[in-house]
Design a binder for this molecule. Structure first.
Ligand code: SF4
Length: 404
């Protein structure tokens, strides 16, 4: 029998209790009725899309958002059951669910586990309640602790905690305190990103490098609170936090396997690694992106278009759902392969490059690789080209060299 190709599945649940002030993800509050309608449509989509994935075996599933754990337990069960019955999911596939503190009950966690979820990702961001308030998060550190205990009690032994550094008002000491408190809990995986001020968010109004204010539906009171937020840490403190993250987490037994991701040995997130190493993926739900058969596309980001999408006929589906169908050229595929692969501390395998593109990596990128090596930003070891630690620090510059 022919070997099936590997596929990753991403499922997007766009609902959150409230929008965080820095967030530019496709997420918004939604009442119970809206969430129920969305779930029904999503299940229709799962059914429909599975017909296009018959030649694939699913190696990982990531249910993200938004806040997936906000859905009613029976709705999430229905989504998980639909995935299990329509796709060929490998028995040892990694199945991750994102949760936010304060939105998970013991009953819900047990039902996720029963339906095959074997990894929980928790959005904490900071262990300092003041910083959490500045971010606009709905939870306190205490609520996170309770949720973390519930996750462990439900039997999950693969847990990620998301953190953000360079938050308004944050100091190097308070960041260290967050790292200390979190590592004491011994999660298997920690994602630690620096805050990015994204256009189109309230934070952009407060901290962005521009004059015009965006027009949000904010009350006067909310705007006043936004403008009263403390300043961002200065550049030196931000750098210090960045170096402290690596140093501290590595001391605590975590390995840095990607620019912003750390794990205990054997607990690297397989879904993310698959994405960074070019495994095909299928996105289900509002705005979800896919990359299959050399084509990149994403679902509509308009909730009412998504709700009205017809899954009965190809025509309706293509027009209402799939947007920006883009066939990548060989050069674009190579560029993407390098950008994503170099995020990993293992780097890019010279052997895999040949298998993927039928060309020696040196024929395409020889000059760039030599130049970066001379600059001390790149090294070649055991068949892999990888960024040095200095290269990782200036990764934007290093990666920009790989544009063809
Ligand atoms: S919980 Fe996450 S997805 Fe939801 S608004 Fe906050 S940052 Fe955005």
């Amino acid at each position: 029998m022919m070997n099936k190709k590997s596929l990753e599945i991403y499922v997007h649940i766009p609902f959150c209790s409230r929008k965080c002030a820095y967030c530019d993800f496709l997420s918004f509050p939604g009442n119970e009725r809206t969430q129920r309608d969305y779930t029904e449509k999503l299940i229709e989509e799962i059914d429909y899309q599975s017909a296009f994935a018959k030649e694939y075996q699913v190696v990982s599933v990531f249910i993200g958002g938004g806040t997936p754990s906000i859905l009613k337990t029976e709705d999430m069960e229905a989504v998980l059951n639909a995935l299990n019955s329509h796709f060929d999911i490998l028995p040892d596939a990694e199945i991750t669910m994102e949760t936010n503190p304060g939105t998970v009950t013991q009953e819900a966690l047990l039902s996720y586990r029963k339906a095959g979820v074997n990894r929980i990702s928790m959005g904490l961001q900071s262990a300092d309640d003041k910083e959490l308030r500045y971010l606009g998060r709905i939870h306190t550190y205490d609520e996170f602790l309770k949720s973390f205990q519930r996750v462990r009690m439900a039997g999950f032994d693969n847990v990620n905690v998301d953190l953000i550094s360079a938050i308004p008002g944050q100091t190097v000491d308070s960041w260290k305190n967050t790292l200390k408190k979190v590592t004491m809990l011994k999660p298997e995986h920690i994602s630690a990103y620096s805050l990015i001020i994204e256009e189109g968010t309230p934070y952009y109004d407060r901290y962005g490098d521009h004059v015009e204010m965006e027009s949000y539906s904010m009350t006067k009171e909310e705007r006043k609170r936004l403008m009263a937020l403390p300043d961002l840490p200065d550049e030196d403190s931000e750098r210090e936090m960045y170096y402290l993250t690596q140093e501290f987490l590595m001391e605590q037994g975590y390995e840095r396997y990607e620019i912003s991701n750390y794990s205990k040995k054997g607990y690297e997130c397989r879904h993310n690694i698959g994405y960074w190493t070019g495994i095909e993926y299928l996105g289900l739900g509002l705005g979800a992106s896919s990359y299959m058969n050399g084509c990149r596309f994403h679902n509509t980001t308009d909730l009412s278009d998504y709700r009205n999408a017809s899954f009965d006929q190809d025509e309706g589906f293509t027009q209402a759902l799939r947007q920006e169908l883009e066939r990548l050229s060989i050069e674009e595929k190579m560029e993407e392969y390098m950008f994503l692969g170099l995020r990993l501390t293992n780097g890019v395998s010279a052997h895999d490059f040949v298998s993927n593109f039928g060309q020696n990596i040196r024929n395409v990128y020889g000059q760039v690789l030599d130049k970066l090596e001379r600059e001390g930003l790149m090294e070649f070891k055991d068949g892999y080209y990888k960024l040095t630690s200095h290269g990782i620090d200036v990764s934007n510059y290093a990666m920009s060299q790989f544009l063809l």
